[in-house]
Design a protein around this ligand. Structure first.
Ligand SMILES: *Cc1c(COP(=O)(O)O)cnc(C)c1O
Length: 219
């Protein structure tokens, strides 16, 4: 189980402080915001492709926010992994961008397991998800690594647990059906629900508030 420090909305200096404290994996949710932090972070060892080294250990930065297809080129250039692929079109665009850059870009598929309209991701039983999974083995420049989800906001913690369990079971089902794809990563769990996510088999928890403190409220 790995820890991702979600540094969105916090300044580059907070990421640098996290690196100094030993954090090695970061999550950002907007292409432009991370782009703006890069000049500062390059002094701390994070370079192009969102990868680098600090104190002899590898550092990586993943995109964990929704990606618009007109920003795939830039995203493929500055992030080490895109954890929110939610359409075949997006995967194909990332494949083209990664090919131009001469790299193989790791991706996760974002799955939507709640009814909240604000949540993005592909629904488990959808034709769109099946289309994407069928096509992914042919996209030579993206490297499928697994699934991610965001649990619904709910006062009842068991709602999140049920969501994490569903993602774990879905992973087992899809891994059996699409044997050519790697479903090793299960990115789930945030500050409010990571204990349950770990109990349900998370391989990657994404923690913002519990590391960096409260984010400024959007205005
Ligand atoms: C903001 C964010 C997180 C971190 O949330 P916290 O509750 O602050 O830990 C994790 N995952 C995604 C996709 C996010 O957008």
């Amino acid at each position: 189980m790995r820890l991702m420090a979600v540094s969105k909305t916090h300044p580059a200096e907070a990421v640098a402080a996290g690196l100094a404290a030993g954090l090695r994996l970061f999550g950002e949710n907007r292409v432009q915001e991370f782009q703006q932090k890069l000049p500062v972070l390059s002094q701390s060892g994070i370079g192009v492709a969102g990868i680098g080294e600090a104190a002899g250990t590898a550092v990586a930065v993943h995109l964990i926010g929704h990606l618009q297809s007109n920003k795939t080129g830039r995203a493929a250039e500055i992030f080490s992994s895109i954890d929110t692929v939610d359409s075949l079109k997006l995967a194909e665009r990332l494949d083209e961008a990664a090919q131009r850059l001469g790299r193989r870009l790791p991706v996760l598929i974002e799955v939507k397991l709640s009814d909240e309209a604000t949540k993005s991701g592909l629904e488990p039983e959808s034709r769109e998800l099946a289309d994407l999974l069928e096509r992914l083995p042919d996209l030579a420049h993206v490297k499928m690594r697994g699934l991610m989800t965001v649990a619904p906001f709910d006062d009842n913690p068991e709602t999140a647990r049920a969501c994490f369990r569903r993602l774990r079971l879905l992973r087992e089902e899809l891994a059996a059906r699409y044997a050519r794809l790697d479903f090793g990563e299960l990115s789930m769990g945030m500050s409010g629900d990571f204990e349950m996510a770990i109990e349900e088999g998370s391989t990657l928890v994404r923690i913002g508030t519990a590391i960096f403190g409260a984010r400024p409220k959007p205005t």
